[in-house]
Design a binder for this molecule. Structure first.
Ligand code: FRU
Length: 498
């Protein structure tokens, strides 16, 4: 039986979304049906479709008591909305249904595992009591388990904060048993003093859980609290994805909230995870709170929130939705690097190929047929002679004074993204610069443009950069320039969706 709170949300989103013209949404990136969205949740394959839920507040374009919005897709690109799946309507989640994940039970039902929150203090908005809950359903309607919460902070023998204990990522082991990882921190820690931890649990049925232990812990060098963990095996390594909060800028990471991957070895007998390497998962402004699924065809696919708590004011008032998800990305692990590639389904939408090899570029150049805002474009640059150029710039979504740029400086080996001139009216961070993996002077970028975003996959996906732009669609020109000559190759496709 659906509660009146959920039914109201469903009626509201149905009515309000009917008035949102399709053209005001991106073409192949998911936006909320109406209102606010943050993290991807419950990313799973169920009854032959991909399901993606999301942190959702339909009533306003700002964060509020969390619901779960819901969409399905055949190809991870075109999403169809289903009615909101969860609302804050039971005692353990009266303050909101925070992030979580999904698996299929043996009896064929879909199990959602999420964080139930109870708001403790109206003045200090961020104080919530958090515990883990489950709901079971058929892919449309979900019944919350009467035994909720299924895991509480007091179940953690190492101690856990009542206020920071969230974001369960559930999976099934080959023997059919269940595991989940969550984040928490020691009980006495608050605010900037918190040191996030990933803790994990096991269960035979998905309802009754036992604590196993701490899987990874912040030694004080990786922000404060951690959020949205995910843990899986990939090409012989164990990968831990997480989103640490409140970083202080250093040589390795940007300040604010970031997402990192760790790779390491995992001893199944002892449950000990030994981290060998750690790196920023995306170098753009708008990326956070990733979640992966293991597709039936064996692919590990990751999706993230293409926004960040530090950039939520980067919006346009005329749009009725707030935030998008990233393009789903296929992951692999090669030579110590987590490689991300746009899902291969995108290739079916390529049209009007234009291929140019080794064009010499120096002054600002536009190339006939290279323009557009729905594009899959790969560029490769190389020096004519060793160190024959000092700077390369690609401008896109360009129209006179308006443009967004990517600038590569071979002497520093840095790539800089800048959307300061993209028509934004907000003085948020508009610029990010980072070192690319060491290939002096040679660089390959695959840039995927949807109406309101640009995602760069650098050197075959060794590094990525996800950014929102809100530039008017009329700005669709592209230009290239270099200080000193270089050779530019281009492979460009328009992306066409029926
Ligand atoms: C991450 C996060 C999660 C939490 C959710 C609340 O962006 O803060 O930790 O579950 O958002 O909406």
């Amino acid at each position: 039986m659906n509660s009146h709170i959920l039914l109201e949300a469903r009626e509201f989103e149905e009515r309000e979304s009917a008035g949102i013209p399709e053209e005001t949404r991106p073409v192949f990136h998911l936006t909320p049906k109406v209102g606010w969205m943050n993290d991807p949740n419950g990313f799973s394959q169920y009854k032959g479709q991909y399901h993606l839920f999301y942190q959702y507040y339909p009533y306003q374009k700002k964060w509020g008591p969390m619901h779960w919005g819901h969409a399905v897709s055949e190809d991870l690109l075109k999403w169809k909305y289903l009615p909101a799946a969860l609302a804050p309507d039971t005692e353990p989640d009266a303050g909101g249904c925070f992030s979580g994940s999904a698996v299929t039970l043996d009896d064929g039902r879909h199990l959602l595992m999420y964080t139930g929150v109870i708001k403790l203090n109206d003045i200090q908005e961020d104080i919530f009591f958090q515990s883990q809950c489950v709901a079971v359903g058929d892919g449309i309607d979900y019944e919350k388990y009467p035994g909720n919460p299924v895991i509480e902070g007091k179940d953690i023998s190492d101690g856990a904060s009542k206020y920071d204990f969230r974001d369960p990522k559930i999976w099934r082991e080959p023997d059919g048993t269940f595991r989940c990882v969550c984040v928490t921190c020691p009980p006495d820690q608050k605010y900037e003093n918190r040191r996030g931890r990933v803790v994990w649990f096991r269960s035979d049925d998905g309802f009754k859980w036992e604590y196993i232990g701490v899987l990874a812990e912040n030694d004080g060098t990786l922000g404060t609290m951690w959020e949205c963990p995910d843990f899986f095996e990939l090409d012989g390594k164990h990968i831990l994805l997480l989103s640490p909060q409140d970083l202080i800028e250093n040589n390795k990471y940007y300040s604010g909230n970031i997402t990192v991957w760790m790779s390491g070895t995992f001893d199944r007998e002892t449950g000990k995870y030994t981290v060998e390497k750690e790196q920023l998962a995306d170098y753009g402004i708008d990326f956070y709170a990733t979640q992966t699924l293991l597709a039936e065809d064996g692919r590990r696919i990751m999706i993230g929130w293409m926004q960040n708590w530090d950039s939520i004011t980067f919006t346009r008032r005329d749009l009725r939705w707030s935030s998008q998800m990233t393009l789903p990305r296929e992951l692999s692990f090669k030579d110590g690097k987590l490689i991300q590639k746009p899902v291969r389904e995108l290739e079916a939408h390529r049209a009007n190929p234009l291929i140019i090899r080794d064009n010499i570029i120096s002054n600002k150049t536009e190339i006939e047929g290279v323009r557009g805002r729905l594009l899959d474009i790969t560029i490769e640059i190389k020096p004519v002679f060793e160190s024959s150029y000092r700077k390369f710039e690609m401008r896109f979504a360009e129209d006179g004074e308006t443009y967004t740029s990517l600038v590569y400086r071979p002497n520093e080996n840095t790539l800089e993204f800048d959307r300061s001139f993209s028509q934004t009216r907000r003085a948020v961070v508009n610029d990010k610069k980072f070192k690319v993996a060491n290939r002096r002077g040679n660089l390959k970028i695959r840039l995927i443009l949807d109406k309101f975003s640009c995602e760069a996959f650098i050197n075959d996906g060794e590094q990525t950069m996800s950014n929102v732009i809100l530039t008017d669609m009329k700005a669709d020109r592209i230009s290239f320039s270099a200080h000193g000559g270089l050779l530019l190759s281009i492979e460009k496709y328009d992306l066409v969706f029926e």
